[in-house]
Design a protein around this ligand. Structure first.
Ligand code: PLP
Length: 460
């Protein structure tokens, strides 16, 4: 191995990160144009490693979205803690196949430890185990596959062997504000994107318990812990109890929201979800590990194993725990390394502080926007802020102005028929100063978004 090469990579990565707060968050048009230089014919002859790195840095770095910095508030992205970036460097050098214990005892062990800590910090039943996958969408696919397997198996049907043809019909119940990724997972599982019962939600996007249809032993109830727009939580204590009585399966989509359970000051928001049968969440969002990493967790790990194993369930021995028995892949990277590094680095207290500081920053955004006279559309209890700047057109112009000013990056959404800017605070790197700079930029952008009257005087 070329020592200079790796040191060079570390040096370049460090230079990149140091400059992150002094550049526009979105890449410039020039940077994107320059990136096209890389689009050459498949080269006949290679170039030395150092030159590969040089090209990547020269054309790649400026063309990145500065989402690793402190002023990216788009989607629900999160940054990457320094300890996790360094750990990923190590993991790349190790190049372990973590899918199979015999291929990487280290990969299996570190995933086991990381998942155990996750279950602990999230306060799930001690029987809980699962797997690390590429993200919450994949985790949903796994959780729902476990549900499909177990409910049909109780009805005398082996879905892995016989498929869904002629199987008893499962009924999937979702909230009106279900995340599209859950529908995608249902589509991939043959359960149908449109064959769902949608339960009416309140103005924050929470499922209304009174509108829940009767559930039965073939029902899969999908709850949300953290609506992607409002950050609101479905009323889990009542809903989980009803599902239990009906012997239905409850799956929780908690991509970012379940992390509220990791801090005493926010735990009440996400209480009751521990009653569910399976959970999907991300580590690459609020836990701030590098892409990509999510987790599926299952109260009874054997339900997940039955759905994921490549072998007949009766051949399974799960001691010692076999990583590929909990996820779709055979071969995969050792995602446990970065989750382990994040939790080892932060400890229980550090995770709580990360969650709380994000929520405090979101509160500050909401207060500043309201003080300036703009309408915050959601109850800001968590890390998500939805704001309207008047008409949909003015809101869109405010978003466009904000992005082009480049101090921060916020995207748009539609909430209950109204265009909104969505601000998601999910990064360890965001400071109070970042929030003040960003708020000032958003307010400037909103001012500039006022429609000019034909005679030149500004009006809404
Ligand atoms: C981000 C998000 C997803 C999708 O997660 P990926 O990690 O991108 O697959 C699903 N549900 C919710 C609520 C989310 O916030």
């Amino acid at each position: 191995m070329d020592k200079q090469l790796l040191l060079n990579a570390a040096e370049r990565a460090n230079t990149y990160l140091e400059a992150l707060n002094d550049r526009k968050v979105a890449p410039s048009a020039k940077a994107l144009k320059d990136l096209e230089t890389l689009r050459i014919r498949m080269p006949e002859v290679g170039i030395p490693s150092a030159q590969v790195l040089e090209e990547l840095d020269h054309y790649g770095s400026p063309a990145t979205m500065a989402s690793a910095g402190g002023r990216y508030f788009g989607l629900v992205i999160g940054g990457a803690l320094p300890a996790t970036v360094a750990a990923q460097f190590m993991a790349a050098a190790w190049d372990q196949n973590a899918g199979m214990r015999h291929a990487s005892p280290l990969g299996a062990a570190i995933e086991e430890i990381a998942l155990g800590w996750m279950v602990d910090i999230l306060g799930f039943p001690s029987s809980t185990d699962g797997g690390l996958v590429s993200g919450a969408t994949m985790a949903k696919l796994c959780g729902l596959a476990a549900a499909r397997n177990e409910l049909l198996s109780r009805a005398g049907w082996d879905v892995e062997a016989r498929g869904l043809f002629g199987a008893p019909e499962l009924e999937v119940v979702v909230g009106a504000e279900v995340h599209v990724s859950l529908l995608k997972a249902l589509a991939m599982l043959g359960l149908g994107r449109e064959r769902v019962l949608r339960v009416e939600a309140d103005e924050q996007g929470r499922m209304l318990t009174s509108k829940l249809p009767p559930l039965g032993p073939l029902s899969i109830l999908c709850l949300q812990a953290g609506n992607v727009n409002t950050g609101a939580f479905d009323p889990a204590p009542e809903l989980c109890a009803l599902a239990r009585q009906a012997q239905a399966w409850t799956h929780v989509d908690g991509a970012f929201g379940l992390w509220a359970r990791a801090t005493p000051n926010k735990r009440d928001l996400a209480t009751g979800f521990e009653q569910a049968d399976s959970w999907s969440l991300d580590a690459h969002k609020w836990l701030n590990v590098p892409y990509d990493c999510g987790a599926v967790l299952c109260r009874e790990p054997k339900h997940l194993h039955n759905a994921m194993t490549a072998m007949a369930p009766y051949l399974l021995s799960d001691t010692p725990r076999e990583p590929s028995h909990s996820t779709p892949e055979m071969s995969r990277r050792a995602r446990g390394v970065e989750v382990w590094a994040a939790l080892r680095n932060l400890g229980r207290r550090g995770v709580a502080e990360l969650i709380e500081s994000s929520c405090a920053h979101a509160k500050r955004f909401a207060c500043g926007l309201e003080e300036a006279g703009y309408k915050v559309l959601n109850d800001v209890h968590l890390n998500q802020v939805l704001v309207s700047f008047g008409s949909d057109e003015r809101t869109q112009r405010t978003i466009d102005n904000t992005v082009s000013e480049g101090v921060c990056w916020c995207g748009g959404t539609v909430w209950r028929g109204r265009k909104a800017m969505r601000i998601s605070v999910s990064s360890w790197a965001t400071t109070e100063r970042d929030v003040e700079l960003s708020l000032a930029s958003i307010l400037r952008s909103a001012e500039r978004a006022i429609e000019p009257e034909p005679n030149g005087s500004p009006a809404e």
